[in-house]
Design a protein around this ligand. Structure first.
Ligand code: BEZ
Length: 209
């Protein structure tokens, strides 16, 4: 087993961290990285994370030379340049821009879903802003509807940056927002997810119960 020379600041609940861990497993690089668990929130930054990433977000990746990469998109790109198999982020051409755009839609779902989680779990109930929460959920629903209408064949074709990102976004909805019942309006996405969520990389990175 290779010595890990890199440290990934992570939390198993974060869908952004999960994308990185899934890509590491899919490309056989998981042993290169030591995991450093932390739980930064918007109101309780983690000092170790802030040292390397002033924004305070995870994932952040400390390299052997002490430099730190962030955010998840940069870390995915970094690791995708470090293995010998087919790239999981196409290097050029229209495929690159389309797959990254699908991944960006998934990131948008995660952003909104994490913000809803913070608002609901961290903010005092009397300060909850219902209109804001509704609009975050609408963002999620609109994006899912577009993936359902336009992207199933593309997602099915490769388990790459696009598919990994969408799978991690759906996993997070199941984990933190089961009340949204996203499968009801998105049966094709649900069937696709039922299959990809069985992959060892997805099974081994399931959020904690
Ligand atoms: C969560 O507990 O939902 C969470 C934890 C870390 C980052 C993002 C979300």
């Amino acid at each position: 087993m290779p010595m890990s020379t890199m440290t990934l600041f992570h939390n198993p609940a974060s869908p952004f961290v999960r994308k990185v861990r899934v890509l590491l497993l899919e490309t056989g690089q998981q042993d290169r990285v030591a995991l450093h668990a932390c739980m930064p929130t918007p109101v309780t930054p983690d000092s170790h994370v802030v040292q390397g990433n002033p924004v305070g977000k995870i994932p952040a990746l400390r390299l052997a030379d002490g430099s730190v990469l962030h955010d998840s998109r940069v870390i995915l790109d970094y690791f995708d340049h470090q293995h010998v198999g087919n790239p999981l982020i196409p290097r050029d051409g229209s495929a690159r821009w389309r797959r990254l755009t699908l991944a960006s839609m998934a990131d948008g779902i995660m952003d909104a879903a994490v913000l809803v989680r913070y608002e609901s779990a961290l903010r005092p109930v009397e300060k909850h802003w219902d209109q804001w929460l509704d609009e975050q959920r609408n963002k999620i629903r609109r994006t899912l509807a577009e993936l359902e209408a336009d992207a199933i064949a593309e997602l099915t074709s490769h388990f790459d940056v696009a598919a990994i990102s969408v799978a991690c976004a759906l996993g997070y909805l199941d984990f933190r927002h089961p009340d949204m019942q996203w499968r009801l309006d998105n049966p094709k996405l649900a069937a696709w997810y039922a299959e990809v969520s069985q992959r060892p990389s997805m099974q081994q990175t399931q959020p904690p119960v």
